[in-house]
Design a protein around this ligand. Structure first.
Ligand code: SF4
Length: 279
């Protein structure tokens, strides 16, 4: 699969000719002499996706199908901390997991991909988390500032090639951020898309080479929002202004009644995900 051409958040459609693909980007397994180890393979000790590890993860995943998100997180911390981390875009699901981790393992390192194009409301949420939970979400930045990036490319890349923009400002940053960790938490729900419907609770993330745990896989949107309201979990105020899904401001709009939840993302392009959760 093309690293840019992810058809569905955490990059699809309109892949430009000549963009790199996973076929021509060597993996650790394919070319360990030339490619630095990624994800858990770069950890100390490394965690290799051996047959026995994959079988173990499958057993654990099956067993955790009926567990609560909190129980899944507790198991994850016991099994993988201190090599366990989480990436968040501060969505409702991510906020729910942060709220749970604040009780279970507040020392868990959490980071956000700060593309330079995030809404101010999103950035303010990071500060709210600091005050409410004492958790400092770390920003991970692309190699260039927005000004440098746009100057080097003759203008905003998101207007002409959002897949490339997402690759440069999200995916490549995430690949670096994943180095050295054994596992990370994902905030996906199976009922969000056909692709996400196949997600195990615990599984090997081939793209980023570490274990991916999805504590909310079996939860519905209603369950997430019920908990947010019950526990007064902070959330992005844009959700109250017609933005069910919030990404970068140039690629996010409010949706109209009856529109699909993700219709406000990359509107006008055949792109619904930035590629973080696609296989
Ligand atoms: S969501 Fe838009 S602005 Fe943000 S990285 Fe992707 S294409 Fe660029």
């Amino acid at each position: 699969m093309n690293l840019y051409s992810i058809s569905q958040d955490p990059a699809g459609g309109n892949p430009s000719a000549g963009t790199p693909s996973s076929e021509n980007v060597p993996t650790q397994a394919q070319d360990s002499a030339q490619t630095p180890a990624q994800g858990a393979l770069a950890a100390d000790p490394p965690l290799e996706p051996t047959e026995s590890l994959l079988a173990e993860l499958k057993r654990d995943s099956d067993r955790l199908e009926s567990a609560s998100p909190q129980e899944i997180l507790r198991w994850t911390v016991d099994r993988f901390a201190p090599h366990f981390t989480m990436a968040t875009a501060f969505g409702p699901e991510g906020m729910t997991i942060i709220h749970m981790l604040a009780e279970i393992a507040p020392e868990t390192p959490i980071f956000n991909l700060e593309t330079g194009y995030q809404f101010k409301e999103t950035l303010e949420l990071r500060e709210t988390i600091k005050v409410r939970y004492g958790i400092e979400v770390e920003y991970k930045y692309p190699e260039t500032t927005v000004e440098e990036y746009e100057a080097a490319n003759g203008g905003p890349v998101y207007k002409t090639d959002p897949n490339r923009c997402c690759f440069d400002r999200k995916l490549s940053v995430l690949h670096k951020a994943a180095r050295g960790w054994h596992a990370w938490a994902s905030a996906i729900r199976r009922d969000q898309s056909e692709d996400r419907a196949k997600a195990p609770i615990v599984g090997w993330d081939k793209k980023f080479q570490l274990v991916k745990v999805s504590p909310l896989a079996n939860w519905t949107k209603k369950e997430v929002w019920d908990l947010i309201l019950k526990e007064s979990i902070p959330y992005n105020p844009l959700h109250d202004q017609g933005f069910p899904s919030v990404g970068c401001f140039p690629c996010t709009r409010a949706i109209a009644a009856g529109e699909d939840e993700r219709a406000g993302r990359w509107s006008g392009f055949q792109k619904t995900e930035c590629g973080l959760h696609s296989s």
